[in-house]
Ligand binder design. Structure first.
Ligand code: KIV
Length: 273
């Protein structure tokens, strides 16, 4: 496994060498440390924090302060993985100046190396400006959860020919604006394959089939920690929710039965008096 820190340009080099990129979300220092130790290439402090940590129904209510708080924690835990901070709803859509200020805080105060934002051609000017001032940008196309109210749910995208063409045009525009990678969420495999072939920058898929240059999952989904619902494309590599409930039941029983803590040994008690 590579031990030197992963930098933004390394991801494109990975694509050129045909090496897949493994990315996960992280929201706190402990999890970041563990995922980093396991060799993940990049950690996204996703606005999914709103759903899997903060208990919201969607990501719309997540604020810059929320992401900043969690980005600080993840940056403290990650040693090797590239830390990417999600830009929450309305932190980049109002103006490019606003976006620079907000993204700058995620790097300067949060310790992230890059930001991610949702959208294609409508956000290209913002991406251009961020890249101009030295802030690396990861794009996000396909299902864009911050638009959940407009779309009407967490629905699969680019299933019609004209939408797939529009997505490809968006991806090309993001690349031309200087984005260093693009997340493709919930799009058909053949659309993800075509976009991946058309771009020099890497595509990172989630529910977008096997042909992207890398994959990302919400760590709480992949680890079986968030069990309110499991997206159909998720593979659960562990069932931590069950493990936690079983362990906690055992603890509760031990406390109630007086088995935890153990009674002090008489000799130790004597020494203390
Ligand atoms: O917020 C998030 O976790 C994301 C990933 C699903 C890509 O944007």
């Amino acid at each position: 496994m590579q031990h030197k820190p992963v930098r933004v340009p390394d991801l494109k080099a990975r694509k050129q060498r045909g090496e897949k990129i493994a990315m996960l979300t992280a929201y706190d220092a402990t999890m970041a440390r563990l995922l980093d130790r396991a060799g993940v290439d990049a950690l996204l402090v996703g606005d999914s924090v709103g759903m899997v940590v903060l208990g919201y129904e969607n990501t719309v209510r997540v604020t810059l302060d929320d992401i900043l708080h969690h980005t600080r924690a993840v940056s403290r835990g990650a040693e090797r993985a590239l830390v990417v901070a999600d830009m929450p709803f309305l932190t980049y859509q109002v103006s490019a100046a606003d976006a620079v200020r907000n993204a700058g805080r995620l790097l300067q105060e949060g310790g992230a190396a890059a930001v991610k934002l949702e959208g294609g051609r409508p956000v290209v000017d913002v991406v251009t400006r961020l890249v101009e001032v030295g802030i690396p940008v990861m794009g996000h196309l396909g299902l864009q959860p911050q638009s959940v109210h407009q779309v009407g749910g967490f629905l699969r995208q680019a299933t019609r020919r004209e939408d797939a063409d529009a997505l490809l045009a968006d991806a090309r525009a993001l690349e031309a604006a200087g984005a260093f990678a693009v997340v493709l969420e919930a799009v058909p495999s053949e659309v993800a394959r075509a976009v991946t072939a058309a771009l020099e920058i890497p595509t990172i898929g989630i529910g977008a089939g096997p042909d992207c240059d890398g994959q990302i999952l919400v760590s709480s989904d992949m680890l079986g920690l968030f069990d309110a619902f499991v997206p159909p494309f998720v593979r659960q590599y562990a069932h931590l929710a069950d493990t936690i409930v079983t362990a906690t039941e055992a603890y509760v029983e031990d406390v109630r039965a007086g088995r935890y803590p153990k009674p002090a040994a008489p000799a130790a008690t004597a020494r203390m008096t």
